[in-house]
Design a protein around this ligand. Sequence first.
Ligand code: ADP
Ligand code: ASP
Ligand code: MG
Length: 407
Amino acid sequence: MALIVQKYGGSSVGDIERIRKVAQRVIEAKKEGNQVVVIVSAMAGETDRLIGLAHQITEMPSEREFDVLVSTGEQVAIALIAMALESQGYPARSFLGAQIRITTDGVFTKARILGVEAERILEELEKGTIAVIAGFQGIDEEGNITTLGRGGSDTTAVAIAAALKANACEIYTDVEGVYTTDPAICPEARKLSRVSYEEMLEMASLGAKVLQSRSVEFAMKHRVPIHVRSSFSQEEGTWVLKEDEKMEEVLVSGITCDKKEAKVTISKVPDKPGIASKIFGAVSEANVVVDMIIQNVSAEGYTDVTFTIPQTDLKKALEVVRRVSQEIDAGGVESDSNIAKVSVVGVGMRSHSGVAARAFSALGKEGINIMMISTSEIKLSCVIEAKYAELAVRVLHEAFELEKTKR
Ligand code: ADP
Ligand code: ASP
Ligand code: MG
């Protein structure tokens, strides 16, 4: 008997009709002789609605109360799914993260999972019950409710699959799998039948919303095979797996785009040892994760430092950076949220050259200016003006002939 973890995203449980269909799909898996654990996100649009309510009260809500609020969307969804299963004659029980003890650290709004009490879920499975578990949430050491960051239900699903040593973790969403780029932006995007953990981790952290990056990190560490597929069709989706030689033959496997970052520039920073540590130490203490960092060559003992962070953390980061900037006697602090980061990802980049030249030339031909660049073994990222984001994705997709992808 196989044990399958199925995760249904917001669009898959967007209305009552869809919730009934999800229940049907869970029942099919059960009828095939599998043990099934279901993870559910909030109904489509609900998390955004809750965030909107918080911001009507205050621009910077208490992060603890923010998590109490936004975690409620999932509570509604699990109860409805469990009811739909029971009404079809299949015993089901819904659980909040805290009830099956998904423990996390205490970093509200982006907590990390520390542990899952598998026994609690296994008890239900042994009774033949379908466990329906709220994604996106957990409980910290002090008993506070925490959430795992946007898209966090994916991570709940993989963490539970790892704890239960499930045979597979199926991620049901509104597209047929992982594509060469976001099919909503580029109609030429092709579905990948397989993608390595490393590539998927890059794609997810660089903006491919289809999986939360932490879910891929977790899967890679615990070797959980992920199957991303559509809840609206029976088609095979994309398997996220350990890399094999064939995957390296492909130069570029995907293009991603992230419009959720902001750029902060500190000008006239004294060019002395210890200054970078002062700035970034303070930012990290505020639990803000810095992505790209650029420092100019110094002129007359001063330099400019530019870095990118999540837009959601901009206000918090600016408070800290303005304070430090005064302490170190820097010139001034500016920020810009009108940016997008477009990236080219592929394990084949390790052994092939010329990717950067091809990408820069494609962007240049369209008159798209590059503000920041960063590279790693298997990716190249460029920060550009937000208004060119979709165009840049299509241009890069074409430049690397991804419409011809067969994988
Ligand atoms: P869910 O609500 O099921 O969690 P999400 O909205 O979080 O779904 O993720 C699915 C969306 O991710 C798709 O509708 C698609 O527009 C977007 N997406 C971005 N990049 C990719 C990609 N490379 N492959 C597939 N989907 C992508
Ligand atoms: N409901 C949460 C969100 O919208 C978690 C998730 O969908 O995975 O981000
Ligand atoms: Mg999602």
